[in-house]
Design a protein around this ligand. Structure first.
Ligand code: WTA
Length: 670
């Protein structure tokens, strides 16, 4: 953990921004949280009396098959957190059935496939039937409550239908982002013990065809636990290989099922899903979220942060393979009975007008995206925005990485036309829902600050050197949370000790986020990037450790160290420093070295996925190490960021003579 103590004063004095008039004028009805006083009153109650606060909201927002008898128990020291004890509910019922009964013809999902001429929408009634059929197929295959089912699908409505079908029968979904390699899919399927995998024949993205089923076949080669694969025909290519007795086409098996299958009630504390995420060390962790608390916070945060009304249209550009897609493309909007746009393509396909045509076509009121997409639009696609009427937008969200104040201003002006509320939402896979975020229209914001805690979240800034909480304003350190909240991850799948070690033990009595943060003199929070070896590339959370493990296994590499550096487009980028085995490659021969570097990149793409590829690979004769042999990544980070004057204390370094050589290597190769 770095002791990245940041000065707070730069964050002070930034002017407050009030919600624009237009935001209020264009609301279908009045705000859910009308002003700062209401936010404060609710917030105080959520912290001081969570039992009554969440007890009432859980009854108001969710349908319970059996009422809970106790709102919460457990604490951060024991790691035995549970909410809504004895309560029974079904997440699918809450997201689909109750809306299908009340408003069958209301639009639930809007599909924007790769080819935009093929866009369509489905109603809650249609969604219910589609979900039931898949649920029936899974049950006919023997999938039972508590079993894990993997989903490896692109951003199509079928991904959402699959997740809901799994939840309907009380099983546990484990969605694997479709950009992951065969090897990463395998690791996740094996770790979760998934019995069934739901995928498609081929995927389409940016006009390209991806051989999804082939990747699945490769990944599942030799995996005994998987007995069935459900294959959605996305392209219908007849040449896609199907293994008889194991692989079944979605449309064919769904045709054999009834269009209604009852929901299987689940306990509030039963797992709803696993989602793998990268940490500082080792294998990705299967973060476990439970039905009751997760679903409630998905609904509450979507309602209050975005001020989402039933007649709104929510456009989350994030993929369902990540937590943003889980909470804000699926569970949040659908639990509230609000339409959600499912977007399969890229912001650049067929041109940079794509996002804006989607907003215009469906009159989207909310747009939620990672800053990296906005940086790309700002750089190459800005002229497209003005061509479209996107005045239906009321709230613009940002997620996944810090949004720099100048990008915030740009987003506000160019996309929002100064008429929208901007919500910079800070949260994590493990938090299930927003942690620190503005509530649209409720209180003023500051560009670049995630602002104030969401209900139930009591943030603490901790001095990483002493482990002591820093009280008051104008403090910087690492960010922890000292309350429990309904959607905090309950455990790491099959490894509760890892959960304790990673989140609850670093600072006893606190949940540790892994992020650096500051609290300014107005009590507003500023997230300052990770305090561990996690890098955030285009909003994808990557462990440098995982990439190092892949590179270390390459036959030409003796050892390596990966670090994150700032990047204008992707936020951060990975740089790999490698020392080569004797005779592995002549780095003075340019074409040989290029081919060698390519072989390393291909290795990372193959083992993890294309999004984890290092941006630069730098060959060095020696890596900087402490006397005890630990690689000093801090030094590499400073050199790669051209901050030579900040190399810091090198007295613990065993081999200081390597520093000038590394500087020269960076100069010549970067
Ligand atoms: C970072 C994504 C600054 C942070 C929802 C966190 C952010 C990690 C923000 C979680 C934000 C997320 N401002 N940083 N608004 N949102 N982060 O699990 O480092 O993919 O710990 O969840 O992204 O990434 P994850």
């Amino acid at each position: 953990m770095s002791t990245n103590h940041v000065e707070v004063h730069e964050a002070n004095g930034v002017s407050f921004r009030q919600a624009p008039e237009h935001f209020f004028k264009s609301q279908p009805s009045k705000s859910y949280i009308v002003d700062e006083a209401q936010y404060k009153a609710w917030y105080d109650q959520s912290i001081n009396d969570p039992e009554s606060f969440y007890g009432a909201l859980a009854k108001e927002y969710l349908h319970w098959d059996k009422p809970f008898t106790k709102v919460r128990s457990g604490d951060l020291s024991n790691g035995d957190i549970s909410w809504f004890l004895q309560g029974e509910l079904n997440a699918c019922y809450n997201c689909v059935d109750r809306h299908a009964f009340a408003n069958p013809d209301k639009i639930a999902l809007i599909s924007e496939p790769d080819e935009e001429s093929e866009a369509y929408s489905i109603t809650f009634q249609q969604l219910l039937e589609k979900v039931c059929k898949v649920a029936g197929v899974l049950q006919s295959w023997g999938v039972k409550k508590g079993d894990t089912v993997a989903v490896y699908l692109p951003m199509t409505p079928e991904a959402v239908i699959a997740m809901l079908a799994i939840a309907r029968i009380g099983a546990v979904h484990s969605v694997v982002f479709a950009g992951f390699s065969a090897g990463s899919l395998k690791d996740r399927v094996v770790d979760a013990g998934s019995k069934v995998v739901i995928t498609c024949d081929e995927a389409k993205r940016g006009g390209k065809t991806i051989n999804t089923k082939k990747i699945v076949d490769e990944g599942l080669n030799g995996v005994q636990s998987v007995s069935k694969i459900l294959v959605f025909k996305r392209t219908g290519n007849p040449d896609v290989k199907m293994t008889p007795g194991r692989d079944y086409y979605w449309d064919e098996v769904c045709a054999t099922q009834r269009s209604y299958v009852p929901c299987v009630p689940t306990n509030a504390e039963d797992p709803l899903f696993l989602l793998y995420t990268s940490g500082s060390t080792g294998q990705p962790k299967g973060v476990v979220h439970t039905v009751g608390g997760y679903l409630l916070n998905a609904a509450l945060s979507t309602r209050f942060v975005f001020d989402l009304h039933p007649e709104d249209v929510f456009f989350t550009a994030g993929d369902v393979g990540w937590i943003t897609g889980h909470t804000y493309a699926l569970y949040g909007p659908l639990s509230l009975g609000t339409a959600s746009i499912i977007f399969e393509s890229t912001p650049a396909y067929p041109d940079y007008g794509r996002y804006w045509r989607i907003v215009n076509r469906w009159k989207a009121t909310h747009f939620y995206v990672a800053p990296t997409a906005m940086r790309l639009i700002k750089k190459v696609g800005e002229a497209e925005i003005a061509k479209y009427d996107i005045s239906s937008l009321r709230v613009l969200g940002s997620v996944g990485e810090p949004i720099q104040p100048d990008l915030w201003e740009w987003y506000n002006e160019k996309v929002g036309n100064n008429n929208c509320c901007i919500v910079d939402t800070y949260w994590q896979t493990e938090s299930g829902a927003h942690l620190i975020t503005p509530l649209a229209g409720a209180f003023p914001t500051k560009p670049g600050s995630a602002s104030l805690p969401f209900f139930g979240i009591a943030p603490a800034i901790i001095d990483p050197a002493t482990g002591k909480e820093l009280e008051g304003n104008d403090v910087a350190g690492v960010l922890a949370i000292k309350s429990t909240w309904p959607s905090v991850a309950r455990t790491v799948y099959n490894d509760h000790s890892r959960y304790m070690e990673t989140y609850l033990k670093p600072f006893a009595g606190y949940y540790f986020t892994g992020d650096n943060a500051a609290r300014d003199n107005d009590g507003y929070y500023w997230i300052r990037g990770r305090a561990d070896d996690v890098v955030n590339v285009s909003g994808h959370r990557l462990s440098t450790n995982e990439i190092e493990t892949v590179l270390d296994e390459h036959s030409g590499v003796t050892e390596c160290a990966c670090i994150g550096i700032n990047d204008d487009l992707t936020g951060q980028a990975v740089v790999a420093f490698i020392s080569l085995k004797d005779g592995a490659c002549d780095i003075t021969n340019e074409s040989e070295f290029t081919a060698f570097k390519k072989s390393l990149v291909m290795e990372v793409r193959g083992v993890i996925g294309p999004f984890a590829s290092p941006k630069a690979i730098i060959a060095v004769s020696d890596l900087p190490k402490t006397r005890s042999g630990k690689i000093m990544r801090r030094v590499l980070r400073k050199i790669a960021s051209n901050e030579m004057e900040q190399l810091g204390d090198l007295s613990t370094m065993a081999n200081p003579e390597c520093v000038p050589k590394i500087i020269a290597a960076v100069d010549s190769q970067f």
